[in-house]
Design a protein around this ligand. Structure first.
Ligand SMILES: Cc1ncc(COP(=O)(O)O)c(C=O)c1O
Length: 439
């Protein structure tokens, strides 16, 4: 049983260990106790409750919601695109930006930028790797593109991707094909796939003696489909093929550790499920692979084996990446298991209700797969996704995301920890209306 006081003290200790306390001689943002109050109260409330029980405890999640400045006039169901950050996380970043602006070369470069080492250490602890294997990036696209564009490949070398890879990653591969003569093979996956074995088999069938790399998402962008990453990494390793894992939708959402996936390259987004401010991500590269991977922006040869060579991006705000620390503390305050249990409960509430409502409704995410999370797409026969999306937004101020991509045709719906059951019930009711009367 964790008392509120004990929680606050341990969180403040964690903040202090992460270098977030005020240093007397230097005016810097403190890891304010008030910033933790909401989560502290919620932790006291939650003490001794199982993730399953807590998931259904609306008053706990109402406390979590209070940590965000949400527009009460709308329902935000697009966290897979980009999520709001908690107020204190954003405030910390804004404080650092203002502080930087007073004397950038001193306050930003000399005082705030060095904290990237603490960010590196804390992200490594979360992902289960050595800090010397984590590069802090501005988003998952940058992380993945470092790997996609940085591997040494010759004309005729082959890369395997899937039709459900993120479109910007597919564009990066297409550029490698056009520029370097790399042959990119796009494996078609059913959504949802028949089984993990089916996914592995389709990828195995595309391997030839020229295959050098496989790139695929941990969870697919539009359907949140969990792919059998560890099995594909093992397959790649058996053939001497690199596997790049796009973890944009996975990190801080469903269990995501290096050792569970055994991967050598992993790109993550932190402004989706970690709830860090916009402009945050990381790249993991196994230590033995750092030297052979080129950075996107050149770094001195002396940095060839240093993970920091991937951070040589020129002048950039220190505030954004430093705010990752407060987001990590918030994430730990809730707990990954509790968060996922809640996300699945909220998702099931709307998705199972709509599937039960009409045979015209299809949800293309395996709701019973324990590896799946909040990302789900709903397709409705006879409803155009863009028109449905616009109707939801203009009439009801509900934000979703429409797509017709890789054989999908629907709106993606992604709740988050701030989403109330009442909000998804409103969404469900509105969708029932669309089913009955059209949009
Ligand atoms: C699977 C996947 N990869 C990459 C990205 C790009 O992430 P970012 O916005 O952090 O660049 C996304 C964004 O939705 C995604 O879903």
């Amino acid at each position: 049983m964790v008392s509120r006081r004990a929680f606050l003290e341990s969180a403040v200790r964690a903040g202090a260990a992460a270098g977030l306390t005020v240093q007397p001689a230097i005016r810097q943002p403190a890891f304010r106790r008030s910033a933790l109050r909401t989560v502290g109260e919620s932790a006291a409330h939650a003490a001794g409750t199982s993730p399953g029980e807590l998931a259904a405890d609306e008053s706990y999640w109402a406390g979590i919601r209070k940590a965000f400045d949400l527009d009460p006039s709308l329902i935000y169901l697009n966290s897979a695109g980009c999520s709001p950050a908690p107020r204190h996380v954003l405030d910390g970043m804004i404080h650092d930006l203002r502080y930087s602006n007073e004397a950038p070369v001193e306050y930003m470069w000399r005082r705030l930028e060095p904290k990237i080492e603490i960010v590196r250490r804390e992200l490594a602890a979360e992902f289960g790797c050595d800090p010397e294997e984590i590069a802090v990036t501005r988003n998952a696209s940058e992380a993945n593109e470092i790997a996609i564009l940085g591997l040494s490949l010759r004309p005729g070398d082959e890369a395997i991707v899937t039709n459900h890879n993120y479109d910007r990653m597919l564009a990066a591969w297409d550029q490698r094909a056009r520029r370097d003569g790399v042959v990119v093979k796009r494996v078609v996956l059913e959504m949802p796939p028949a089984s993990d074995a089916d996914v592995v088999e389709r990828i195995r069938a595309a391997i030839t003696v020229r295959t050098r790399v496989i790139e695929l998402p941990q969870l697919t962008n539009w359907t949140g489909q969990p792919l059998p990453i560890a099995a594909i990494v093992a397959l790649g390793r058996a053939h001497g093929i690199d596997v790049l894992v796009d973890g944009a939708q996975g990190f801080a959402h469903t269990p995501s550790t290096r050792d569970a996936m055994e991967c050598d390259f992993y790109g993550a987004s932190l402004h989706k499920w970690l709830l860090a401010p916009v402009g945050t991500g990381f790249l993991y590269v196994r230590r033995s692979r750092i030297e052979s991977l080129w950075p996107l922006m050149p770094a001195p040869a002396s940095m060839a084996a240093d993970i920091r060579k991937f951070e040589e991006v020129g002048t950039h705000p220190a505030a954004n990446h430093n705010a990752i620390l407060a987001a990590l503390a918030f994430h730990h305050g809730i707990g990954g298991e509790r968060k996922l249990a809640r996300l699945r409960l909220v998702r099931d509430r709307w998705a199972r209700a709509l599937v039960a409502e009409s045979s015209r409704v299809r949800v293309r995410t395996p709701l019973d797969d324990p590896r799946s999370g909040a990302v789900t797409i709903v397709e409705v026969d006879g409803l155009d996704p863009v028109r449905l999306y616009e109707w939801l937004w203009s009439r009801y101020r509900i934000i979703t995301s429409p797509t017709t991509f890789a054989g999908l045709s629907g709106v993606r719906v992604t709740p988050n920890v701030f989403t109330s059951v009442a909000e998804v019930d409103t969404f469900t009711e509105v969708m029932r209306r669309a089913l009955r009367k059209g949009v």
